[in-house]
Design a protein around this ligand. Structure first.
Ligand code: ADP
Length: 600
């Protein structure tokens, strides 16, 4: 570690400390007080550094020493990240549990006592290049099976000092620690020794060649999202969720059933026990395909309850940096941040204490910039390195608008920068309709960009079916207003058929039980065929029948119509033929009704 400056504390206010620290650099990682608490320089005035401290400052006093590390806060990147629970500055929690007997971190435990990566463990390294090969930063030098589920690709890190060069030495297949040199690259500026780990400053996005357009859907396998409000790989979504509306369930579904190969949840809870509860349930999840613990393809970043608000700042940046690192290996990564409101509140608290001019509702004027910069780090990218690998980071972040007010600064600024808005509604959850996304308020900017994929891979009428479904739901809301004022008698048969179809859509399609063995995951083809039954048969055939004198109620009372809402739970993704059969049967039943009414 580079030698940093030394100084002393002159003033303390909650999580902020002023120190005489000549030579300090902006965003330098510093150690505060006799305990050596973790902090980051966030403002400099002459020789005075303002430090946001990531640990509880109780008991520290002016005059105590402050030591600079000479470098910014970094993520430590290498095999061993997956399966770990970290705090906001990447100290592994389990490790600390073992050494202190306390599930939460004792203050001032440094990286020497709690290193983010295990330096003793040996990994089985398999080289992918040979001596004499030309390599450039980003190239894969070899692999390590990090967990049973994930292969870790060891890259020539994209550090500024790493130049293209020729491989002078590559370690033969065998067991190595992350600190062993596994390659030596001869460059014009000298020989670079490469180990299986490196550090990367959390506030600096990792490099890539170019961002690709958002044309590939990021499949959540949650029907309402994939069809009505789809997200693309590398896209961004914001989930406002009042308490009890299913935010935790949604996050867990995304972790288990979405296309993401690797997930990183960042938990910034309101209360420590909230984060701890969420943590415990995440630790118990299993990967549905392999039956292995889900932790084999995730790592969790959590703010422990004894960490002050400032730590939330660090955890968000830590999460996105680790996500980018796995993206660089060519994976599709999902970053789940819960909740970004707590992160913004931390920003506000620190800004106020260091004397920044408050802007809207006390938030600093740079709030929108920070939010934009964070979401800007999502993307599906062509990666650096000869191979031209592609990887993505998709971000889904929750916000907690006080009183459900979407115009408050954090929510409104988030809406400006994300491309999907998936609000969970207390009203819908109260009706026990899950997932409780409010389809009348939600939006996605990717419908046009992902439709090509659906048309090519699933069905060429996807867009048309999707738009029709949305239109019926909007019409339902309008009609319900009329019903509220005038009662159902005022409705025509056509309007009744709209309401009945919307009911079928809500019950048989939008609702999805995250705990049901079959319904929990709805892959594209199943989703598509359910949509076809609802729109092509129930709605369109039904409409023709209504036009020929069949009462809307007669269609709804068909035996098959009664079964329709349960199809999602009865038919697995491997039984698409059953859905096709149902499609034909319901069509014939409706035709029979037409004949029957024609005779009357
Ligand atoms: P939050 O995290 O928003 O406070 P939870 O995610 O814990 O809320 O959800 C509250 C309850 O709602 C859950 O315990 C569950 O019973 C129900 N729920 C939410 N989403 C679903 C879903 N998709 N399927 C089934 N039940 C759900």
């Amino acid at each position: 570690m580079a030698e940093g400056t030394k100084g002393k504390i002159i003033w303390i206010s909650g999580p902020v400390v002023k120190a005489e620290l000549p030579g300090a650099k902006m965003y330098e990682l510093v150690f505060v007080g006799e305990l050596g608490l973790f902090g980051e320089v966030v403002r400099i005035q002459g020789e005075i550094a303002f430090v946001q401290v990531y640990e509880d400052t109780t008991g520290i006093k002016p005059g105590e020493p402050v030591r600079g590390s000479g470098e910014p806060l970094c993520a430590w990147l290498g095999p061993g990240i997956l399966g770990t629970v970290y705090d906001g500055v990447q100290r592994p929690l389990k490790l600390i549990y073992e050494s202190t007997g306390n599930p939460f971190i004792a203050r001032g435990i440094g990286y020497d006592k709690a290193p983010p990566l295990d330096f003793k463990k040996k990994w089985h390294f398999v080289p992918k290049i040979k001596q004499g090969d030309e390599v450039q930063p980003g190239d894969i030098l070899g692999t390590v099976q990090e967990t049973q589920l994930i292969e870790h690709r060891i890259m020539y890190p994209p550090l500024p000092e790493n130049r293209p060069g020729k491989v002078k030495y590559i370690a033969p297949e065998g067991d190595y620690t992350i600190d062993d040199v596994i390659a030596e690259i001869e460059t014009k500026e000298g020989t670079i020794k490469v180990k299986m780990w490196h550090k990367w400053p959390v506030r600096r996005p990792r490099p890539f060649v170019e961002k690709l357009p958002p044309v590939e859907p990021f499949l959540t396998n949650i029907r309402i999202l994939d069809t009505l409000f789809p997200i693309a790989k590398g896209g961004t979504a914001c989930i406002p969720g009042p308490f009890g509306t299913g935010k935790t369930v949604t996050i867990q579904s995304l972790m288990k059933y979405s296309t993401a190969r690797i997930c990183f949840p960042v938990l910034c809870g309101e209360r420590g026990n909230e984060a701890a509860d969420a943590l415990h349930s995440l630790l118990k999840l299993t990967d549905p395909d392999s039956g292995r613990p889900l932790m084999e393809r995730t790592a969790i970043i959590v703010n422990t309850s004894n960490m002050p608000v400032a730590a939330r700042e660090a955890s968000i940046y830590m999460g996105i940096t680790i996500s980018e690192y796995y993206r660089d290996m060519g994976y599709d990564v999902l970053l789940l941040a819960d909740s970004t409101s707590r992160w913004a509140e931390a920003m506000r608290e620190v800004a106020l204490r260091i004397g920044e001019m408050p802007s809207e509702e006390g938030y600093p004027a740079y709030l929108p910039t920070r939010i934009a910069e964070f979401y800007e780090r999502a993307g599906r990218c062509v990666l650096i390195g000869k191979e031209g690998r592609v990887g993505s980071v998709t971000i889904a972040a929750s916000v907690s608008p006080p009183g459900g007010d979407f115009t408050e600064p954090v929510t409104s600024n988030t809406i400006r920068f994300v491309s999907c808005f998936w609000p969970l509604s207390a009203r819908i959850a109260a009706q026990r309709h899950y997932p409780a996304f409010d389809w009348l308020q939600a939006f996605s900017k990717y419908i046009d960009t992902v439709q090509e994929w659906w048309h090519k891979n699933i069905g060429s009428d996807w867009r048309q079916l999707r738009d029709q479904m949305m239109e019926l739901l909007v019409k339902e809301a309008e009609l319900m207003e009329i019903v509220r004022i005038l009662g159902t008698e005022a409705l025509s048969e056509y309007e009744r058929h709209i309401l009945n179809t919307a009911y079928m859509i809500r019950e048989g399609f939008l609702k999805q039980d995250a705990f049901h063995p079959i319904d929990c995951r709805s892959p594209p083809l199943k989703t598509y065929w359910l949509m076809k039954i609802l729109i092509e048969v129930y709605w369109r055939r039904g409409l023709e029948a209504v036009k020929r004198g069949v009462p809307a109620q007669a269609i709804r009372e068909l035996e098959l119509s009664r079964r329709l809402p349960r199809l999602r739970m009865e038919v697995t993704e491997k039984e698409i033929d059953k859905l096709k059969e149902f499609y034909n049967q319901l069509s014939s039943e409706i035709d029979r009704l037409v004949e029957q009414y024609a005779k009357k």
